[in-house]
Design a protein around this ligand. Structure first.
Ligand code: UDX
Length: 427
């Protein structure tokens, strides 16, 4: 089929490339000319494993990019809205970009005679497709729902593994108001072996939030149990290993540590809290999930203060700046509140991350960044491990260069190092 994808961020670009790989003709739409040029040249505007190969294979062939909505809508049968949904000052969802994209799509649909389906893929709070996107498109296209189709099709892609997750999903959810548009969207995934869950748009929207909120809850739960374990001298990883054997629970996402970051969990849980507030429901559990997550990284600094006392003038090495391993993304990274707190109390911070130094430098310009663990550790009074990078697991002699041999591990990376004081955050 012929597809247009609005927005060339991480979800849009990955979806466009994967739909092309499935045999569809795809037109990407963005207002940023540099991203359009990059995609047309077969260069991904973001880093994702496997994406570069797909763009090289399909750009200029089954895949192209443009800023022209009319061209994209005329030359496609389905349009996916894949634009960003940032948080507003209170943490609730800001639908400004979704509204703008809906308006542009509506304007382009006005002159189109053939049936066209608009699909929301951006993560939007329940009711958005029906109560925000649909009315805007109806107004600007001067058409009624039925003359065009409308659907909601959430994504569940992990950053870094997004291409793999798109091609090997454990669920595909299609929420539509009418059978015809739902059938068209479902047919796009024919090349993928996965059962398709068919439902209405607001349920599809909620499935995405419930999914992420549950995973975030699992992590905060593991962290709370971990904090209690720590005080009782119990290794929470041993506890969760056994607990995870219960098939109703499962072992995934029970790794306690410095908490969750990234572009999804914190934002999505807060957006769901905002939606609940809007309908006068007090989401106690979701609020606690966020509160535990906000306190968790600061517990690293508390452990440090308990051990070293006054931190003013002390050199603290922070290993790991990205919100998780294998990415340069620092959004909501748990290293951010830790570095902020260390600077507030007058500590000297030396930092190292295999990929994220440059991004963190934009946020904290005054700290020292190093290109190796050894350099960051030289002369340090303590070291904090903030990200689950694989290379941290094998650290050993590198700690020799520290002034005081003290490690506080926020990701359960170490434990075997000799002649060094090791403190686990929750174990
Ligand atoms: C997540 C979801 O997994 C994905 O389905 C959704 O579409 C987007 O959000 P992502 O943000 O890429 O994906 O990262 P993920 O691997 O889920 O990790 C999120 C955060 O949780 C990281 O900061 C990670 O360090 C933390 N985490 C994860 C834990 O602290 N403990 C765990 O057991 C697992």
């Amino acid at each position: 089929m012929k597809i247009s994808v609005i927005g060339t961020g991480y979800v849009g670009t990955v979806s466009a490339a994967c739909f092309a790989e499935l045999g569809h003709d795809v037109i990407c739409v963005d207002i940023d000319q540099s991203k359009i040029d990059q995609i047309n040249a077969g260069i991904p505007p973001i880093y994702e494993e496997g994406l570069s190969e797909l763009l090289k294979k399909h750009a200029g062939n089954r895949l192209s990019a443009t800023s022209d909505y009319d061209f994209a809508v005329t030359n496609s049968e389905v349009s996916f809205i894949c634009v960003g949904t940032p948080s507003d000052a209170e943490g609730s969802i800001d639908l400004g970009i979704v509204k703008a994209a809906s308006q542009s799509l509506g304007n382009s649909l006005k002159n189109k005679k053939e049936y066209h389906v608009v699909v929301v893929k951006s993560t939007v709070v329940p009711e958005t497709t029906e109560k925000v996107v649909l009315p805007i498109i109806e107004k600007h296209s001067e058409k009624k729902q039925g003359e065009f189709g409308i659907a909601m099709n959430p994504e569940f892609l992990r950053e870094g593994k997004a291409v793999y997750d798109f091609m090997h999903p454990d669920k595909i959810v299609v929420g539509a108001l009418d059978k015809k548009s739902g059938d068209i969207v479902a047919s796009l995934y024919r090349g993928i072996k996965c059962e398709i869950t068919r439902t209405n748009p607001r349920t599809a929207e909620m499935i995405k939030y419930a999914n992420n909120a549950f995973l975030a809850t699992k992590i905060s739960f593991a962290n709370e149990i971990g904090n209690i374990c720590k005080m009782l001298g119990i290794d929470t990883y041993e506890v969760m290993e056994a607990v995870g054997k219960d098939f109703r629970i499962g072992r995934h996402f029970l790794n306690s540590g410095a908490g969750f970051g990234g572009s999804c969990f914190p934002k999505d849980v807060k957006a769901l809290i905002g939606k609940a507030k809007e309908i006068d429901y007090e989401p106690q559990l979701l609020r606690s999930v966020i509160e535990v997550n906000e306190r968790q990284p600061l517990r690293m600094v508390e452990l440090l203060k308990n051990r070293l006392g006054e931190l003013k003038g002390k050199k603290i090495a922070v290993l790991g700046l990205a919100f998780k391993n294998d990415t340069d993304d620092i959004r909501e990274s748990r290293a951010i509140p830790v570095i902020r707190e260390l600077l507030d109390v007058g500590a000297i911070v030396s930092a190292y991350d295999p990929m994220a130094n440059a991004n963190m430098k934009r946020l904290f310009n005054s700290i020292e960044y190093y290109s190796s663990t050894g350099d960051a550790l030289r002369g340090a009074d303590a070291c904090l491990i903030m990200t689950e990078w694989n290379e941290f697991k094998s650290l050993d002699n590198e700690f020799e260069v520290m002034k005081k041999k003290l490690i506080i591990d926020g990701r359960h990376m170490l434990g075997h190092v000799k002649n060094i004081e090791y403190i686990g955050l929750c174990w």
